[in-house]
Design a binder for this molecule. Structure first.
Ligand code: GBH
Length: 493
């Protein structure tokens, strides 16, 4: 009886706080952060001994990026560490997800040539963060493979070279920064590296069957690249666990990206299509990492195009247990079984689903600025449930955010009043809160993408995802948008 009264009271109280202050309930120790990536913000592409990465080469190849934009200068973050950390402090941010540029530390990608000035730079950055009470979550690889590794060894297509050189690089990072960095993310969105880099070639290194100058093989290469990345992740995790975790006391995992795939109808074939899409998208990486092999459905559909793990590789995968699941999630699509058989034999043919953002003529949500990004907060609750049901591991949402329709064309005053983004973030955080409170999904943290507008890869500077506005024409001046203020309020509460 007392319990019933207590629970009713608790419920009434939480409803009141929720509706009154527009608060969103989160556990006390929930990690609220923002995220960026080295090539998207740093600039200083040729400074202090940094070697080129595949993105330097790709962005400088005519026709590959919107208006030929490159990350040569980007947000000039490299020279503005103090200023940018001050903006974080102003917001009350306590966690910051950043990435390290591999070719700053190792200009050729290989351990035989360590660039001390690169190490000094990240020491400086990490020290500034820590001094200001901000805990860094550090991604080792956010798409910027040292160019030399690509040219000399074939990059991610070369499994042995990948495992060796990524392993050396990861070891160097743990050794140099692990006294202060307690959360490591090996790879950001290996799906993008594999599919966008090797299937349709819209990201570096820009390979596909019909791509120029990098002619590849859209059928075989994405699977090979993914395979090398998965094993390289395992090498890094094993190194961390064996040599550093006990003394440094940190955690390590991988970040994967996926939309939620909502079955278009309740027909069994559409339910199956939705499940198949999730397994092809997340399971491709997460099943090997957490279960030791690819999802059976991928083996059935892709056959021998999907590489196999040797016995000792499987042992390595099972030994190298990740501590968490990093999830980048932005949007949701409807998924259904394909009505006709595809003549292709690539990854998408194997996945064998149709996706759409409309049902009965109605869009699934409002479209943001990017055509792939529809605002569907309830999808976030479903996807974290899917992840937890399959892998039973703690989740960090390592990226979530949006661009605002036409933001780049709006006058400054309107662009910084980004109510669209505020309502996106509110909706998604609310959905994640529901997953925690009502479904008991252990989501431990959330990082807004992005701390500031930045180099949006093939879209150049035309898409803005920041909660800080960057005025590229006016010396890269930063201004907090309404969303930064809203997020700061939320963190305070
Ligand atoms: C993130 O990926 C990246 O990690 C981050 O660097 C980036 O700035 C951020 O998104 C915003 O875009 O129309 O076929 O080209 C998000 C996942 C997956 C979303 C690929 C865009 C492209 C679909 N991305 N998708 S396509």
């Amino acid at each position: 009886m007392r319990l019933v009264i207590f629970c009713t009271l608790l419920f009434v109280l939480s409803v009141i706080t929720f509706t009154r202050g527009h608060k969103i309930p989160f556990p006390k120790d929930f990690v609220f952060g923002t995220a960026t990536a080295a090539y998207q913000i740093e600039g200083a592409a040729k400074e202090d001994g940094r070697g080129p990465s595949i993105w330097d080469e790709f962005s400088h190849t005519p026709g590959k990026t919107f208006q030929g934009a490159t990350g040569d200068v980007a947000c000039d973050h490299y020279h503005r560490l103090e200023e940018d950390v001050k903006l974080m402090v102003d917001m009350g941010i306590k966690y910051y997800r950043m990435s390290i540029s591999w070719s700053r530390l190792l200009p050729n990608g290989t351990i035989d040539n360590i660039n001390q000035r690169g190490i000094d730079h990240y020491n400086k950055e990490i020290d500034i963060l820590v001094k200001n009470g901000i805990k860094p979550f550090v991604t080792l690889y956010h798409w910027d493979l040292p160019l030399n590794l690509h040219k000399k060894y074939g990059g991610w297509l070369n499994k042995d070279a990948s495992m060796k050189h990524f392993g050396d690089y990861a070891d160097l990072c743990f050794k140099s920064f692990g006294d202060r960095v307690k959360n490591w993310i090996t790879f950001n969105e290996a799906w993008c590296s594999s599919v966008l880099g090797y299937l349709n070639g819209v990201h570096a290194p820009g390979r596909c069957t019909n791509c120029k100058p990098e002619q590849g093989d859209s059928i075989k290469e994405p699977y090979l690249a993914a395979h090398s990345i998965i094993l390289s992740h395992a090498v890094a995790v094993e190194t961390y666990k064996k040599r550093y975790q006990q003394s440094q006391g940190g955690f390590i995992g991988m970040t994967m990206n996926s939309d939620w795939g909502e079955p278009l109808t309740d027909k069994p074939e559409d339910q199956d299509a939705s499940e198949r899409m999730m397994e092809f998208q997340l399971g491709w990486f997460a099943d090997p990492i957490f279960k030791g092999d690819y999802p059976p459905v991928m083996r059935r559909q892709a056959g021998s195009l999907l590489p196999t793990f040797t016995y000792s590789e499987k042992q390595l995968l099972l030994r190298a247990k990740s501590d968490f699941f990093g999830l980048n999630h932005y949007s949701t699509a409807y998924v259904s079984a394909r009505s006709s058989v595809s003549n292709d034999n690539d990854y998408f043919a194997h996945m064998n689903v149709s996706t759409t953002h409309e049902k009965d003529g109605k869009p699934i949500g409002v479209m943001a600025d990017s055509p792939w990004l529809y605002v569907v907060p309830w999808g976030a609750r479903r996807i974290v449930n899917w992840v937890y049901n399959r892998y039973r591991i703690k989740i960090y949402v390592t990226e979530n955010g949006c661009d605002v329709p036409n933001e780049d064309k709006l006058p400054f005053d309107q662009a910084i009043n980004d109510t669209f983004r505020v309502s996106y973030l509110h909706g998604y955080l609310n959905a994640i809160s529901e997953a925690i409170q009502q479904d008991n999904v252990p989501v431990a943290g959330y990082f807004v993408w992005s701390f500031m507008d930045n180099y949006e890869w093939a879209d150049g500077y035309a898409k803005r995802f920041g909660i800080h506005y960057v005025d590229y024409a006016k010396n890269n001046t930063r201004t907090a948008k309404a969303s930064a203020k809203w997020y700061a309020e939320l963190i305070k509460q």
